[in-house]
Unconditional design. Structure first.
Length: 385
C-alpha cells in the first residue's frame, strides 16, 4: 500500500511540473501582447468652386468636414501675394475677393485651420475675371505704355508637347507660368511639376522654354550636388527626380518659383518634411540649395507639393532628401594614457529585467523531474531492503 502511494505521489509530481513548465515556456500565455490602433481623421475641404465672377470680384465657396476658419490665398501667379480670411469656425465657407483686375487669370488656394490647429491647404486652382485686361491692347485703363510691363503671360493654353518635354512659348514680359507637367518617374506616378518666372525684357521672336522631367541627373551634376551639400554639413540620402528647363534663345528673366510633387511614402521613408530640399544647378555649373517649404497635399493624389524660390535663371532642379552629415572621427588608437573616463551620476533610471529564455526554463523543469524521480527510486529501494 505504501508502494502504491509512493507511485501516486511520483505521478502527481511529474504531471504538475510538466504542466508548470508548459505554462512558463509558452510566451503567448505568459505575456500576451495587446496592440492599440489609433487613427486621426484629417481636416479636409471639398466642393470648392468659384461663383459670381465679375470684372473686379469673384466669390469662392467650399465645405469642410468640421468647423474651421476661412482663408483664400490668391494672386495673378502661383506666389499669390494676397489673402482674404474670416476667423469664424464654420463648415460652409464663402469669401468674396474684390479689387481684382478685369480679364485676368487668378491663381488661388483654400486654407482652413480648425480650433485644434489642424490645417488643410488645397492645390493651386485658377479662375478668370470678366472684362478686358488692362494694359496695351486690352481696352482697359492705363493707356498703351511700351513693353506691356503690366501684362501677365499666363499658361497653359499654348504649351506644346515635344519629344520628351513640354515647350512653353514666351510672347511678352510679365509673369510666365508653365503648364503643369504630370509624370511617372522612379516608381512614382502622377507627379506634378511646374514653374513660374518673371520675364523682365521683351523676348525675341520664337522664344520658348522647354521643360523635361528626368529620373536622375548626370554623374557630374550629382557630384556637384554632393559637394554643395557637404559644404553645408549635409548629405543627400535620396533623390526623387529632376526637372530641367532649357531655353531656345536668350531670354531676360528674374526670380523663379519652383513647385515639385512627391509621394507621401517617399517623404516618410526619407526623413520627413524637414528633410526635403529643392536644389538647383545653373548654366554656370554653380549649385544653390534653395529655401524649400511644404506647400500642400495635392487633391486627387494625396501627393505632397514642395515649393522653392530661386533668384537665378531657370535651370535644373532636383527634389532631394538630406540629413546632417556625420562628423569625421579620428581613427588613431586610444591608449590608456589618453582614454577619457566618463563621469557623472544617472538618477531615476529603472533597470529593465533581462528576460529568461523559454529553453532555460524547460531545462530547469526537466532537471527537477529527474531529481525527483531519482529520489523516489532510491527511497523505494531503501524501503524494500
Amino acid at each position: 500500500m505504501r508502494e502504491k502511494k509512493n507511485y501516486s505521489v511520483f505521478l502527481f509530481a511529474c504531471v504538475s511540473l510538466l504542466a508548470l513548465g508548459g505554462s512558463l515556456c509558452n510566451p503567448v500565455d505568459a505575456a500576451p501582447n495587446d496592440v492599440a490602433i489609433i487613427g486621426v481623421i484629417p481636416l479636409v475641404a471639398f466642393n470648392i468652386s468659384v461663383s459670381a465672377i465679375h470684372d473686379t470680384d469673384a466669390t469662392i465657396i467650399w465645405n469642410t468636414n468640421w468647423d474651421a476658419n476661412s482663408m483664400v490665398e490668391y494672386g495673378p501667379t502661383i506666389s499669390y501675394g494676397s489673402v482674404r480670411s474670416d476667423p469664424a469656425l464654420v463648415t460652409n465657407h464663402t469669401l468674396t475677393l474684390d479689387g481684382l483686375s478685369p480679364g485676368t487669370i487668378y491663381h488661388y488656394r483654400i486654407v482652413a485651420v480648425d480650433l485644434f490647429g489642424n490645417r488643410f491647404t488645397s492645390a493651386d486652382m485658377q479662375f478668370t475675371t470678366t472684362g478686358n485686361p488692362p494694359g496695351p491692347g486690352g481696352g482697359g485703363t492705363g493707356g498703351g505704355g511700351g513693353g506691356g510691363s503690366g501684362a501677365y503671360v499666363i499658361l497653359p493654353g499654348v504649351c506644346e508637347a515635344t519629344y520628351n518635354g513640354v515647350s512653353s512659348p514666351v510672347t511678352g514680359t510679365g509673369i510666365l507660368t508653365s503648364c503643369t507637367i504630370t509624370s511617372s518617374v522612379n516608381g512614382m506616378t502622377d507627379l506634378r511639376s511646374s514653374w513660374s518666372v518673371n520675364i523682365t525684357g521683351d523676348p525675341p521672336a520664337g522664344a520658348k522654354f522647354i521643360t523635361y522631367v528626368l529620373s536622375q541627373p548626370s554623374d557630374s551634376t550629382r557630384s556637384a550636388f554632393d559637394a554643395a551639400l557637404a559644404s553645408q554639413g549635409l548629405k543627400m540620402t535620396a533623390l526623387a527626380y529632376v526637372m530641367e528647363v532649357t531655353k531656345s534663345q536668350s531670354i531676360a528673366t528674374g526670380s523663379v518659383i519652383i513647385q515639385m510633387d512627391v509621394t507621401r511614402s517617399w517623404v516618410s521613408r526619407n526623413g520627413g518634411v524637414d528633410a526635403v530640399l529643392i536644389i538647383s544647378q545653373g548654366e554656370d555649373g554653380l549649385v544653390h540649395i534653395l529655401e524649400t517649404k511644404f506647400s500642400n497635399y495635392v487633391l486627387g493624389t494625396g501627393h505632397m507639393n514642395f515649393r522653392a524660390i530661386s533668384y537665378d535663371d531657370l535651370s535644373l532642379y532636383a527634389l532631394v532628401a538630406v540629413k546632417t552629415a556625420p562628423v569625421t572621427v579620428s581613427t588613431s588608437p586610444i591608449t590608456t594614457a589618453t582614454a577619457a573616463v566618463p563621469t557623472g551620476t544617472v538618477t531615476g533610471a529603472t533597470p529593465i529585467p533581462t528576460p529568461v529564455p523559454p529553453g532555460f526554463l524547460l531545462m530547469i523543469v526537466i532537471l527537477a523531474v529527474i531529481i525527483i524521480v531519482t529520489g523516489l527510486i532510491l527511497h523505494m529501494r531503501a524501503k524494500e531492503k
